[in-house]
Design a binder for this molecule. Structure first.
Ligand SMILES: Nc1ncnc2c1ncn2[C@@H]1O[C@H](COP(=O)(O)OP(=O)(O)O)[C@@H](O)[C@H]1O
Ligand SMILES: [Mg+2]
Length: 266
C-alpha cells in the first residue's frame, strides 16, 4: 500500500462494475478514473441510467467492483473484507441518498438513526459524547436537537428528513461525503437549504463531497470539478469553468445545450 504521492484523498483507477452475463451484460461503470483532493467538491453529472448510483455504491464499498482500484488516503480499499476495516472506511466515507423516505427507517427515532452510525466508532462513546456528537451534527444541518431527536420519520417534512440523513452521515465526521441526488426528492426551498449546507461543510470543515446529479445547473452551482458520465464512462472531466465554457465531448455539449434551452424556456 503506497501512500499517494500527491496527497489526493481519493484515487479511482479504471473502476468497473458489470451486472449480468453474456448477451445481458450491463457495463454500469466502465473503467472510470478520477481523483479528488481534500476539500474538493466534485460532481458526477449524467442522465438517468448512466451509472452514477452504481459508481456511488462501489465507491462506498456497498457493492464490490468487478475491476479497477479505489485508493483512499493513500490506502487501497478496493478489496477490504474484514468488518473492522470496512467500518474504519465508513467512518471516513459516508453517504446521503436520493430517497430520505426509504433510507430513514420508519420505526426509528432520529436519535436511533444517528446512534446507529455512531456505532461505527472504534471505541464505545459515553452517553455524554454521543449526545454531543448528535447535537453537533443536527445543529450543522440547521435542526434543533431537542426538537427532533425523539421524532420519527413521519413527523418530519421531506426536507427535514433529508437533513437528518445528512446529520446521520456527519456524526462520524467523515472526510468524504458521497451525496447521490440528495435534493431530487425534496421541495425547492429545502433544495437550496441543502445545497448551501453542503457548501458550508466544505467551507468550515474542509469536507470533500462527491455530489451526484442528473441536473446540470445543480452540478455547476455546487462543484469545483465536473465528471460527465455517459453509458458507464466518464467522457469528460475538468474544472467547472472549463467544462461549461468549452465542453469537449459531444455528449457534454448536448447536456449543456439542453439545460440552456430549458433555462431560457423556464
Ligand atoms: N443491481 C442491478 N442489477 C442489474 N442492473 C443494474 C443494477 N443496478 C444498476 N443496474 C443497471 O446499471 C445501469 C446504471 O444504473 P444506475 O447506476 O442506477 O444509473 P444512474 O444512477 O445514473 O441512473 C443501468 O442500466 C441499470 O439498469
Ligand atoms: Mg441514480
Amino acid at each position: 500500500m503506497q501512500p499517494a504521492s500527491d496527497g489526493a484523498l481519493l484515487q479511482v483507477e479504471r473502476l468497473s462494475r458489470t451486472f449480468g452475463h453474456g448477451r445481458h451484460l450491463v457495463r454500469a461503470v466502465d473503467e472510470v478514473s478520477f481523483e479528488m483532493q481534500p476539500g474538493e467538491i466534485a460532481c458526477v453529472v449524467g442522465e438517468s441510467g448512466s451509472g452514477k448510483s452504481t459508481l456511488a455504491m462501489v465507491l462506498l464499498r456497498l457493492i464490490p467492483p468487478t475491476g479497477g482500484r479505489i485508493v483512499f488516503g493513500g490506502r487501497d480499499v478496493t478489496y477490504l473484507r474484514r468488518r473492522a476495516e470496512l467500518r474504519a472506511y465508513w467512518r471516513d466515507v459516508q453517504a446521503v441518498f436520493q430517497d430520505p423516505f426509504s433510507s430513514f427507517n420508519q420505526f426509528m427515532t432520529v436519535e436511533r438513526v444517528l446512534g446507529r452510525t455512531l456505532g461505527l466508532e472504534e471505541r464505545r462513546l459515553s452517553r455524554q459524547e454521543r449526545a454531543e456528537r448528535m447535537a453537533w451534527a443536527l445543529e450543522r444541518v440547521g435542526l434543533d436537537p431537542k426538537g427532533v431527536l425523539g421524532k420519527y420519520s413521519h413527523e418530519l417534512s421531506g426536507g427535514e428528513r433529508q437533513r437528518v440523513m445528512i446529520a446521520r452521515a456527519l456524526v462520524v465526521r467523515p472526510r468524504l461525503l458521497v451525496a447521490d441526488e440528495p435534493t431530487t426528492m425534496v421541495d425547492a426551498s429545502s433544495r437550496a437549504t441543502i445545497l448551501n449546507l453542503l457548501l458550508d461543510l466544505r467551507e468550515q470543515y474542509g469536507m470533500s463531497i462527491l455530489f451526484i446529479t442528473h441536473d446540470v445547473s445543480l452540478a455547476t452551482y455546487v462543484s469545483d470539478t465536473l465528471l460527465v458520465m455517459y453509458q458507464g464512462r466518464i467522457v469528460e472531466r475538468g474544472d467547472v469553468e472549463r467544462v461549461t465554457k468549452q465542453p469537449e465531448h459531444p455528449y457534454t455539449r448536448r447536456l449543456f445545450a439542453d439545460a440552456f434551452t430549458f433555462a431560457r424556456r423556464g
